[in-house]
Design a protein around this ligand. Structure first.
Ligand code: 5GP
Ligand code: MN
Length: 337
């Protein structure tokens, strides 16, 4: 996958033995954390000082991942993270392509004179790093890290712990090998990971069968009370106010996957999830087929992402955001028919 020069550069970084920091995006998901930990575990094999920094908390359902003890949260340990960023000789940025996606940490990144490498699979990367490896057809960054490790050090370097992290990255970002995984090579990658002896059924259980009773009840509440179907746009959405989240003792990561629920309804092409935050509304957007939610998110909701999975934020009330959403959809009426 990597061109020869990128491989040479990454090998040189390893030979230099300077401190490395691996960073991923705010509200880290399975790909952000899985690919970050896999890369960190790989670099550790060369006795490099490696730290993994996430802008904010990692959801509980990912905390069992091998190497999790390496993770520092910038929001909680600012001083320590700032020092690590200042000392770093190399910084890897994974699973995002715009400095805005790491919040306040972007200032520390700008100030650093480390060699910065971005490895990502989102569309339209912002060019601000020393090396950019961007492949927007990939289902996950996990796939790219697998290929990177093999290119740099050979397939034997992908041990069971690394393979577990990469499997989680790919499984979660492709919604269990459904989305963005229609290119055959992904199954070769997954096959090689399974071949290392990982326990894929246990991994599935750890990720998908480990939520709280409250989360299940909130999901049921969303389906029965909060689902809105806009038939004329073949669109459905769910919105949650802070008081509703509180009622179900919402924990970080609990609404993960809710945005996909409406696709079980025949004919739905676009689905949205609106979550009320203190000062803004977080929006998750998904589509099936030709309609681009990346375009929708970047043009109207201060965000971006992929063709079929994107997100954004609006500094409006929940009601205002939903009104805007419905009015924006009207412009796509023909496309969504
Ligand atoms: P999710 O809906 O799971 O939060 O995010 C889906 C996709 O959209 C992810 O690939 C994520 O990187 C992207 N995304 C989510 N929120 C934002 C945002 O606020 N800004 C941008 N640029 N991308 C986002
Ligand atoms: Mn990803």
């Amino acid at each position: 996958m990597l061109n020869k020069q990128s491989i040479i550069k990454i090998r040189k970084i390893i030979e230099k033995r300077g401190p490395v920091v691996v960073i991923s995006h705010v509200n880290p998901d399975g790909d952000a954390l899985g690919s970050g930990l896999a890369l960190a575990l790989f670099l550790k094999k060369f006795d490099l000082p490696v730290s993994v920094i996430m802008p904010n908390n990692v959801p509980e359902f990912l905390s069992w991942l091998p190497g999790f003890e390496m993770v520092l949260t910038y929001k909680k340990k600012k001083k320590q993270c700032k020092a690590l960023l200042a000392e770093a000789k190399t910084i890897f940025l994974l699973d995002f392509n715009d400095p805005e996606r790491i919040g306040d940490m972007k200032d520390e990144l700008k100030a650093s004179d480390a060699f910065v490498i971005m490895i990502d699979h989102h569309q339209n990367p912002v060019q601000f790093t020393d090396l950019l490896i961007s492949e927007d057809w990939r289902g996950s960054v996990g796939e790219m890290i697998h290929l990177l490790i093999k290119d740099v050090a050979g397939a034997d370097s992908v041990d069971k712990d690394i393979a577990t992290c990469l499997y989680v990255a790919i499984m979660t970002d492709t919604g269990n090998f459904r989305y963005a995984s229609s290119y055959p090579e992904i199954f070769n990658i997954v096959g090689e990971l399974v071949g290392t002896g990982i326990d894929k059924d246990q991994i599935y259980t750890n990720i998908y069968d480990s939520y709280s009773e409250n989360r299940m009840k909130m999901m049921g509440y969303c389906m029965s009370e909060k689902l809105v179907v806009l038939r004329e746009y073949n669109t459905a959405y769910i919105s949650l106010k802070q008081e509703e989240l509180d009622r179900f003792d919402h924990q970080i990561g609990d609404t993960e996957g809710f945005v996909n629920i409406p696709f079980s309804i025949k004919g739905i092409k676009v689905s949205a999830l609106f979550i009320e935050k203190k000062k803004h509304v977080k929006i998750s957007l998904r589509s099936k087929g030709a309609f681009s939610v990346d375009k929708l998110a970047s043009q109207s909701f201060n965000g971006g992402g992929h063709h079929n999975a994107a997100g954004g934020e609006m500094p409006l009330s929940l009601e205002e955001t939903i009104i805007k959403f419905e009015s924006v959809l009207a412009a796509y009426k023909d496309e969504l028919r």
